[in-house]
Design a protein around this ligand. Structure first.
Ligand SMILES: [Zn+2]
Length: 153
């Protein structure tokens, strides 16, 4: 018997499915050299290793809704945490300094309480991780920042 590749998912019937559902549906024929076709007459595609890329939004099985892959920060973006201190010490002219100034427009003191700015942010960045545009945030958790980033994705 040929050893099966450990698949992570399979696509058929215009949806992605977990290995358990795919094996329950097609049995070992799933791994036959000629492959199998689904109920729509389309070939079933096995997804494993570096041969596929999950959506940044994460993937769930179309049948049992099991999580196949977790949401992740897509390329061209980064997610990071900033402390109140980072804002208090922000360089003049940076978006962080601007955000601090907005907190207290009339104050030129650097003693402004920046704790309301602390938290998780996401930002688009160019190759080499140079920030591109303002960061969006703050969010209470990394998960919330990621969810906001992926909203329009
Ligand atoms: Zn499933």
């Amino acid at each position: 018997m040929i050893s099966n590749p450990r698949i992570e998912a399979a696509t058929y019937e215009s949806d992605i499915h977990c290995p358990s559902c795919a094996e329950a549906r097609f049995g070992q024929a799933l791994y036959s050299r000629d492959g199998v076709t689904d109920g729509q007459g389309e070939g079933v595609t096995l997804l494993y290793g570096s041969g596929w890329e999950a959506s940044p939004r994460g993937e769930c099985c179309g049948a049992c809704h099991a999580e196949i892959s977790k949401p992740y920060c897509p390329g061209g973006y980064e997610i990071f945490e900033l402390e109140a201190e980072d804002f208090a010490q922000a360089e003049d002219g940076s978006w962080m300094a601007d955000a601090t100034r907005e907190l207290a427009p009339d104050s030129f003191s650097n003693l402004t309480d920046c704790s309301s700015l602390a938290g998780w942010y996401w930002q688009s960045c160019q190759p080499g991780c140079l920030p591109d545009g303002d960061a969006i945030g703050p969010f209470a958790t990394e998960e919330e920042a990621l969810a906001d980033l992926l909203e329009d994705f």
